[in-house]
Design a protein around this ligand. Structure first.
Ligand code: ADP
Ligand code: MG
Length: 727
């Protein structure tokens, strides 16, 4: 029933209009749930109308005045009221409307809010109207309003849904009966009835709760099945070996591990010793010391006869990692060379920009078991590099190392006759617990919450225009004290190419309505590396050693600049968000972010994490021209106000909506989460996760849960389609 095409149930024209809303089946239409409800007689608050939005409002006609503007053009102004404010609704060449829209009567008006005249007065032009006295539509005093289009008004949808519901048979229910009873949830048909034709808000709430459960359970069952599938795979266990490389490393370590590093180390060691692959996500604030945790896991695997790969999101980072692993390992990392320790292993770097000769040598080394650690980008896994025995893959700063990549990793291992490696994914992007549960629910998670002792917290300041020159004074001051600075811009500048360096997260979306609304079109373009650098070099930062780092530089050049910066031969690095992740230069103490309002919250937090990594105090200066109290400005202020990544992650989530966080948001594509709110529904998600685990434990292939299995299959198909579309 739910899968039936709509054109068999509603008129052909209506079906066409519905297709524009991506509604194709009976199920789609029933799942097209009201955005909100109006109570009988309740008037829409007119000052909340957003310009550009298609709205349906309920309002009372105050006065009507018509006039002939010129030949064949009649204008009818209808002033309507919500009891406090008024709005003008204008009709052209519809004089007859004055008979329908009598002062004192109430109507629904549906149309797009636009602005008129120099004073930007909001108005509706030629909206469709519907007298609100159609008694039957207000089933219990509540009238549902749907997301609608110009061709398909909310009342068209209402009528179609109403007739569907009238003939709707009892539906097979994906939620098991016991579960519905336990959580007091209505059945599926009843839920549809209640959400589309409620007799009061209690109905709406009950129905929403039930439909949220559908969403949550389907996701959690999918994840529980993935976990179960991983547990059925086999992997070579890599238990800790006394007297090996790890012990030698721990003895030589110049600092004590933090409590968190100890705990996570044990969790990882426990996973590595099992006969199925570890799938663990390690979250930890920037600077919390994830690299050491990863290195210790790698050494454990080497002690147990395997190799480890460390994958970075960019070549610059791969090079950095190789260098810092060498530094951390010292004599333990140079097997075969002069001065190496007995237990020593070998580190090899493989990047796309190496010369053919260097690459050949690296590939040959990787095929030898004496090479314990291989550092590279993700290409390492896809290029068919032959490892002697890959036992562990560590993926750094890539929380989007998704299901697909993990599948690819497993498939490759199987194709070469081996077992999949253990997997450790690391991220400094704080992920709210519910998102972690939803997106990474098939991973075990570990967290590093404390920073190593002896760090001074970073000082963050928002620099509004009157303070802009102070920024450069501060930079000069720090450089004079022997430190270094980053200056980050949202754009590269000059040149026709697409301009944003995508490190991981997209920069703030200039078309995002939360950004600056209708004004965004009038803003100047964001500041650019190639434009800012010469200005600074000849102006405020004259005499300092300044260089640029951005995505359009050839790889060798990027590496050269980065290593010169690391070596202290550059004072100020003007860069794009390339420096967002992983860059570790403890002598850098100032992070200047130009046009900070153009970045997302998490991005700003990440960028800030590039300083304050040594013992000296770190500074983050957030340059902005966004007007005070504007949403963009507030976002920047929020970042300045706290160093708590978890709190910022929540803020980010609130701003970006779950769809984007889940990575499945496609313009025009249905959101995968309609009702479930990852900020609000934490308890429900926790319960759904437990129920899903229970269901999958007893019925791994969902043989006794036919409808749940069908809904799940449909959802996975949609996801696969979305993934393929992304290419
Ligand atoms: P992130 O978690 O951001 O990747 P890193 O692993 O790069 O952080 O560590 C940041 C810095 O802290 C590095 O210079 C590292 O050597 C140092 N570090 C790591 N663990 C400790 C510790 N327990 N005590 C002192 N310094 C540490
Ligand atoms: Mg790191």
């Amino acid at each position: 029933m739910l899968g039936e095409p709509l054109d068999r149930n509603v008129g052909g024209k209506t079906a066409e209009a519905m297709a524009e809303l991506d509604l194709h089946t009976v199920g789609d239409l029933l799942d097209h749930i009201p955005r909100r409800y109006v109570e009988r007689g309740e008037l829409t608050s007119l000052d909340e109308l957003v310009v550009g939005e298609t709205v349906t409002i309920q309002a009372e006609v105050v006065r009507v005045s018509g006039r002939q503007i010129r030949h064949k053009l009649h204008k009818l102004d209808v002033v309507v009221s919500d009891g406090r404010g008024t709005l003008t609704v204008t009709f052209f060449n519809q004089h007859w409307r004055d008979k329908q829209l009598k002062p004192g009567t109430r109507h629904l008006f549906a149309g797009k809010v636009d602005v008129f005249g120099r004073n930007k007065v909001r108005q509706l032009t030629n909206p469709e109207t519907n007298p609100d006295d159609d008694d039957d539509d207000f089933a219990g005093g509540l009238l549902p309003l749907y997301p609608a289009t110009a061709k398909l008004r909310t009342w068209h949808i209402r009528k179609a849904v109403k007739s569907l519901l009238a003939s709707l048979p009892e539906l097979p229910d994906p939620l098991p009966l016991e579960l519905r009873q336990k959580y007091k949830l209505p059945g599926l048909r009843e839920a549809y009835q209640k959400i589309h034709r409620p007799t009061g808000f209690a109905d709406v709430e009950a129905a929403r709760k039930r439909l949220r459960w559908d969403e949550a359970l389907v996701i959690q069952v999918a994840l529980a099945q993935r976990r179960a599938a991983v547990e059925r795979q086999s992997a070579v266990p890599r238990p800790e070996r006394p007297g090996g490389l790890l012990e030698a490393f721990d003895r030589a370590l110049p600092f004590d591990l933090t409590g968190g590093q100890h705990v996570v180390g044990e969790e990882v060691a426990h996973d590595l010793a099992r006969t199925f692959p570890m799938h663990r996500l390690l979250q930890g604030e920037v600077g919390s010391g994830k690299t050491v945790v990863a290195l210790r896991a790698m050494l454990t695997v080497i002690d147990a006869g395997g190799q480890s790969a460390l994958l970075a999101p960019t070549e610059v980072l791969a090079v950095q990692h190789e260098r810092s692993l060498r530094a951390l390992l010292g004599p333990l990392g140079i097997a075969g060379e002069l001065g190496s320790a007995d237990e020593a292993t070998r580190i090899v770097l493989l990047t796309g920009s190496q010369t053919a000769g260097a690459r050949r040598a690296a590939l040959a080394a990787i095929a030898e078991p004496e090479t314990g650690i291989v550092v590279g980008t993700h290409a390492l896994l896809s290029e068919g590099v032959d490892f002697a025995e890959l036992g562990l893959a560590v993926v750094d700063e890539q929380h989007r190392f998704g299901v697909e990549q993990r599948d690819a990793l497993r498939a490759r291992a199987e194709a070469s006759g081996g077992t999949p490696p253990h997997l450790l994914v690391m991220t400094a992007t704080p992920i709210p617990r519910t998102v972690a549960m939803t997106v990474f629910g098939d991973l075990d998670t570990s967290e590093l919450t404390e920073l190593p002792a002896g760090r001074t917290p970073i000082r963050s300041h928002v620099a509004a225009p009157q303070w802009h020159n102070r920024i450069w004074l501060k930079v000069r001051e720090e450089v004079a004290a022997g430190h270094q600075a980053f200056v980050v811009c949202p754009r590269i500048g000059e040149g026709p190419e697409v301009d944003v360096d995508i490190a991981d997260e997209p920069a703030a979306d200039p078309t995002d309505p939360t950004d600056e609304g209708a004004d965004s079109g009038e803003r100047r373009p964001p500041l650019a590396v190639l434009e800012v650098l010469p200005l600074l070099a000849e102006g405020e930062l004259q005499g300092l050693r300044i260089e640029a780092l951005h995505g359009r530089l050839p790889s060798e050049e990027k590496e050269r600049v980065m290593s010169r910066f690391t070596a202290g031969q550059i004072d100020v690095l003007v860069a794009t968000t390339m420096v967002e992740v992983g860059v570790d230069v403890p002598n850098a103490t100032v992070m200047v972010i130009l046009d900070a309002d153009r970045f997302g919250v998490s991005q700003l937090h990440q960028l800030r994490g590039r300083v304050g990594r040594g013992s000296a105090e770190g500074w983050c200066l957030l340059h902005t021209e966004a007007p005070e109290a504007s949403p963009s400005r507030e976002r920047v202020e929020a970042v300045a106000a706290t160093l708590d990544g978890a709190e910022l992650a929540k803020l980010d989530l609130r701003e970006r909506r779950e769809g984007d966080v889940l990575g499945t948001a496609q313009s025009g594509r249905r959101r995968s989460l309609k009702l479930l709110d990852l900020l609000r529904d934490e308890q429900l998600l926790i319960a759904a996760r437990a129920e899903a685990a229970e269901i999958v434990a007893h019925d791994p292939d969902l043989e006794q849960h036919g409808e749940l299995a069908r809904v799940l299959a449909r959802r996975l198909d949609e996801e696969r389609a979305a993934y393929l579309e992304k290419g």
